[in-house]
Design a protein around this ligand. Structure first.
Ligand SMILES: Cc1ncc(C[n+]2csc(CCOP(=O)(O)OP(=O)(O)O)c2C)c(N)n1
Ligand SMILES: [Mg+2]
Length: 694
């Protein structure tokens, strides 16, 4: 049978099947050509993805960033060929980082031919920011579904703030597809638990229940009652027993759309490698090409021309255009008209939406940021942060966030009148309560950021480890997520080494694109936030102290605005021209200043450099960097209550680093500072030694 020449008129049913088999065979051919990838799950889930996209989703391929589109998340990112096929067949258009349409398709057939090759818009896994139409980067299992919870929270919040009677500006749904792997991952369980608690009825997860993972049958390691688990979380649980039954899939999706007060979980029984005579239902279909002979046999079983490759039969693109294309275009143009009348009636709200979509900030957003007067006793980083957060959340309506059950310690609660708490019954609240779920918190913050609200998540710095995979993805996705981490070092002394970060700064500094800032006093905290809020395509981590830090007298020392350059000269000997440089971050800045004053009194020409962010500093012009750290001044001491790892790059071969080479200990802070050498005398002694002036 030939699928290209059609003897009889195509019925919709035949076009459905042709479209599904096109997704299947494109996936098979791309994996075969690349000699790598995952064919089996696209073969099984093509009918599901086809149904969601062509029968249900409100998505306009002409404008994949239309704000009220339904979101599709492929959490089992290894099945990326599903997404590349459907983005191609729908003719989804490309947009750039500034949200401009580029006038060419997001994924071309040539990209699919070059699946997994350098520069192809069909990479190994779905990558947000690389391919238009991808709503979030997936591949690390569990991340996609966890992120989808953030998208659902954002939609609830947006609807509460912006919808008005007769103006459902935000009423989209979020569809996420996941497999056994996603459901085994803890991050998905955390997120599902929170989604159930919040009753997110705009969220639908479809679980590919194929009983197969890489090592073989799920009976090896995954035998729980998944349906019972989701019922216990408070989800509505549905089951579709045949992944090839489009009508039942469509019906389940329509039950989702009418279910109120809880999220929906659809268990879809499928056969990995569907249609492959020798590989269906085996782990062999998961992660390797089928092989030439099996490809032919599989195509034969679909009634597909055995020799054809990358074939898109006549009528398939048109069928998508008549389905998702027409529905999406109508929905978007209806929405555009609605938004025009909304703008006439609610110009301020419409303006907010415009700005938010562009990741701009409201005029005067930083006008009320505090300035802290000099104060030897000072204020803790977390307390300064609290004041700043409360100002920002009032001046930026779409700025919100919360903590993983540590808000009273992180000081991240938004306390002003009307800030409110985000719950099922109060979706306009700006205080999010993530519960003790750091990993999903970070993924949810990413989901919020992807939805264009500005969001932060908070916990102790030590537990950033629990959130790290999602923080890494925020950097990979170039999202302006904000992570507020307090209790930055040994400040909570008595809690001991389980609570004292050591290697965390080094580890986060190693993530490309992530801005890590450890401000040294209250005014540096303000400037750190001022910098971070203006980021549009970079995530940031703020590392803040638990204990008070002296507020430096900025008339005597340089202005805190230097934070925006990553590092700056805070103090110099009279007339400049230093012979030794003390470099410090966070709580060690005031320590370095004390050491500096001692050295000056002895006639040693020392300079203090406050270096809240390596990353920002490293991006400054060479000239600036050399002005802060003159290459000729090789006597350099760095001091930081963290792993010494990496500081060699600033102190050089002849410099000295005072930092941590072991874990901390349980004791009052003072005792720890003494034990580990974080005292002005020790810093001054190191400087003297470098200068040979012992
Ligand atoms: C966090 C994480 N751990 C491990 C992997 C490697 N990995 C990719 S797919 C997969 C098996 C997934 O099984 P399942 O979700 O059932 O997918 P299926 O084979 O059924 O498509 C594994 C272990 C990963 N991508 N992410
Ligand atoms: Mg599986």
């Amino acid at each position: 049978m030939s699928v290209t020449t059609v003897a009889e008129p195509m019925t919709d049913t035949r076009l459905d099947q042709l479209s599904i088999d096109t997704i299947r065979t494109l996936s098979i051919d791309a994996v075969q050509q690349a000699k790598s990838g995952h064919p089996g799950t696209p073969m099984a889930l093509a009918p599901l993805v086809y149904t969601i996209w062509n029968r249900v989703m409100r998505f306009d391929p002409e404008n994949p960033i239309w704000p009220n589109r339904d979101r599709f998340v492929l959490s089992n990112g290894h099945a990326s060929m599903l997404l590349w096929s459907v983005l191609h067949l729908t003719g989804t258009q490309a947009v750039n980082a500034d949200y401009e349409r580029l006038g060419h398709p997001s994924v071309s057939l040539e990209d699919i031919r070059r699946f997994r090759q350098l520069g192809s818009k069909a990479p190994g896994h779905p990558e947000y920011h690389w391919v238009s139409g991808v709503e979030t980067t997936t591949g690390p299992l569990g991340q996609g579904v966890a992120t989808s919870v953030g998208m659902a929270i954002a939609r609830k919040w947006l609807a509460d703030r912006y919808n008005r009677p007769g103006f459902p500006i935000f009423d989209y749904n979020i569809y996420a597809v996941c497999g056994d792997g996603c459901l085994m991952e803890g991050v998905a369980s955390e997120a599902a638990s929170l989604a159930g608690h919040l009753g997110l009825d705009n969220l639908c997860w479809v679980y590919d229940n194929n009983h197969i993972t890489i090592e073989g049958q799920t009976s090896l390691a995954f035998t729980e009652d998944v349906a019972g688990r989701f019922l216990a979380y408070g989800w509505n649980v549905l089951r579709v027993g045949d992944a090839n039954d489009l009508d039942r899939i469509e019906h389940a999706l329509s039950v989702f759309r009418t279910t109120k007060g809880r999220p929906t979980f659809i268990i879809l029984d499928s056969h990995i490698g569907y249609g492959s005579p020798h590989k269906q239902d085996t782990a062999a279909a998961h992660g390797e090409p089928l092989g030439d002979e099996e490809v032919r046999l599989t195509k034969r079983s679909y009634g597909w021309p055995e020799g054809a490759q990358f074939l898109v039969p006549d009528g398939v693109r048109e069928h998508f255009a008549a389905g998702v294309g027409a529905r999406g275009a109508a929905a978007r143009s209806g929405w555009t008209a609605l938004f025009a009348s909304y703008r006439a009636e609610y110009p301020d709200l419409a303006n907010e939406i415009d700005r938010m979509q562009r990741r701009d900030l409201p005029a005067g957003w930083d006008r009320n940021l505090p300035v802290f007067p000099a104060d030897a006793k000072g204020i803790a980083g977390r307390d300064a942060s609290s004041k700043v957060l409360n100002v920002l959340a009032q001046s930026i309506p779409w700025f919100l966030g919360g903590s993983a059950d540590l808000a009273p310690s992180n000081k991240t609660t938004l306390t002003y009148e009307g800030a409110g708490s985000f719950q099922a019954g109060s979706p306009g609240g700006k205080n999010l309560h993530f519960g003790i779920r750091e990993h999903s918190m970070a993924a949810i913050v990413n989901g919020l950021s992807l939805s264009k609200v500005r969001a932060f998540g908070a916990t102790f710095f030590i537990f950033s480890d629990y959130a790290r995979p999602a923080i890494r993805l925020s950097a990979l996705m170039e999202l302006p997520s904000i992570f507020v981490f307090t209790h930055d070092a040994m400040g909570d002394g008595e809690d001991g080494p389980t609570h004292q970060p050591v290697e965390h700064l080094a580890s986060l500094r190693a993530i490309p694109g992530l801005v890590t800032l450890r401000p040294g006093d209250a005014n540096e905290v303000v400037e750190a936030y001022r910098y971070v809020m203006q980021l549009r395509h970079q995530p940031a981590v703020l590392v803040l102290s638990r204990q008070p830090l002296p507020t430096l007298d900025r008339r005597a020392y340089a202005p805190a605005a230097g934070v925006a350059r990553g590092a700056y000269v805070l103090a110099d000997p009279p007339g400049g021209n230093p012979e030794v440089i003390l470099i410090a971050t966070g709580s060690e800045v005031s320590l370095a200043v004390e050491a500096h004053e001692k050295l000056l009194a002895e006639g040693i020409r020392s300079r203090v450099v406050s270096m809240p962010s390596w990353d920002i500093f490293d991006h400054q012009p060479q000239e600036y960097r050399d002005s802060v750290l003159p290459p000729t001044v090789t006597a350099r001491v760095a001091v930081e209550q963290a792993s010494t790892f990496g500081w060699e790059r600033y102190v050089g071969r002849s410099g000295h680093v005072i930092g941590m080479k072991t874990f901390g200990a349980s004791a009052p802070l003072k005792a720890l500072q003494e034990k580990f050498g974080f005292e002005p005398d020790r810093v001054a002694a190191a400087a003297r030694e470098l200068l040979g002036k012992r």
